[in-house]
Design a binder for this molecule. Structure first.
Ligand code: 3HC
Length: 310
């Protein structure tokens, strides 16, 4: 019977049908989606921290308002994705406990420091640029709630990407100090942005099943190549350089990069990046300081509904 159900499930995916929460699905499909979507949600929420640090120090009211809107969007993306994961049977409390205990992963990219204001533009251009490549791919995902969340999120990411690009181009054309600040930020964020898209296909244990069941429609390396092919020429066109002496365009038009420092990647993923400790401490502090809000909501709900809370 399991073989029959699995065959029908895979036929549905082959037909391009969306799997919805109430549908039959292999346990491994559910487990993979809970892993991916919850870690994606954690990434959005932790991702608010590096940028949030600059809201009070934005150089103009315009830049401050754009940054506030962007950070607010990331919070919304996190909520969207936690809800998508909840459709698979995991609770918000379980996901939060996994993050705050340090067990769950979140994107490596958010464990790097934002040292100057130019980092904010560079994150918009490079990090959101990489996120758009990845999330456009995930918008085709076979799991309905995730695919639909991606469609909504990609629309907002495009604004994040454009504002970052506009900012960096302005500094690249600005005073020597502004150019140097932008160049320094590009130098620090280029390689972490490449790593953010995941290990090489040969070192990506989850990819095989995710591609088989239509969760990923492209491999990590394919998405990474799309990212580089768009961003390398555009950054070079501003007159800024990229911190990869081996970067060049091959006869097929693909930009070939030098070796990626996967030792750094795994060290950051393993919790030993420049800002991992601070990021988790900030999330734990927010959770503790926010306890009164949860208690107030529960007290209010108990008062409203005659049946006592379980
Ligand atoms: N950071 C942290 N861990 C990573 C990682 C990264 N950048 N890339 C891979 N890993 C982890 C995986 O989670 C996996 O560990 P696990 O099995 O314990 O979860 C392990 O490394 C092996 O990697 P795989 O390639 O086998 O893992 P995946 O097949 O899941 O591919 C991925 C990795 C491409 C990141 C995929 O998980 C994915 O597409 N996730 C959804 C998108 C996402 O999470 N984006 C994060 C950024 S959010 C963002 O950009 C917000 C925007 O607003 C800026």
């Amino acid at each position: 019977d399991y073989a029959l159900r699995l065959a029908e499930f895979e036929a549905r995916i082959a037909r391009g049908e969306k799997i919805e929460p109430g549908d039959w699905m292999p346990e491994e499909y559910r487990r993979q989606l809970v892993r991916m979507i919850s870690q994606h949600a954690h990434s959005e929420v932790v991702g608010m921290l590096p940028e949030g640090a600059w809201i009070t120090r934005a150089p103009s009211l315009k830049r401050k308002m754009i940054l506030i809107a962007k950070v607010q969007d990331e919070a919304g993306h996190g909520q969207y994705l936690y809800h998508a994961a909840e459709t698979l049977g995991i609770s918000r409390e379980e996901m939060l406990e996994a993050l705050l205990s340090g067990r769950a992963k979140y994107s490596s990219i958010f464990n790097y420091p934002t040292l100057t204001w130019a980092d904010i533009g560079t994150i918009g251009w490079l990090v959101d640029g990489a996120a758009i490549k990845n999330q456009t791919m995930l918008a085709q995902c076979s799991y309905g709630p995730y695919s639909r969340a991606m469609v909504r999120i990609c629309a907002e990411e495009t604004f994040h990407h454009k504002q970052g690009k506009e900012m960096v181009i302005a500094y690249a054309k600005g005073t020597p100090k502004q150019r140097q600040m932008a160049q320094d930020a590009i130098n620090r964020w280029w390689w972490p942005a490449l790593m953010m898209l995941g290990p090489h296909d040969a070192d990506s244990p989850n990819s095989e099943v995710l591609i088989r069941w239509g969760v990923k429609t492209k491999s990590n390396d394919t998405v990474r190549q799309e990212f580089i092919n768009e961003h390398a020429p555009e950054i070079l066109a501003t007159g800024l350089s990229l911190p990869d002496p081996e970067l060049h365009q091959d006869p097929q038009g693909n930009w070939r990069h030098g070796p990626i420092n996967w030792e750094e990647f795994w060290s950051v993923v393993g919790g030993n990046g420049p800002m991992n400790k601070e990021r988790l401490e900030a999330r734990r502090r927010a959770h503790t300081e926010g306890a009164w809000v949860r208690e107030a909501l529960e007290a209010y709900a108990a008062k409203k509904s005659p049946i006592p809370m379980a």
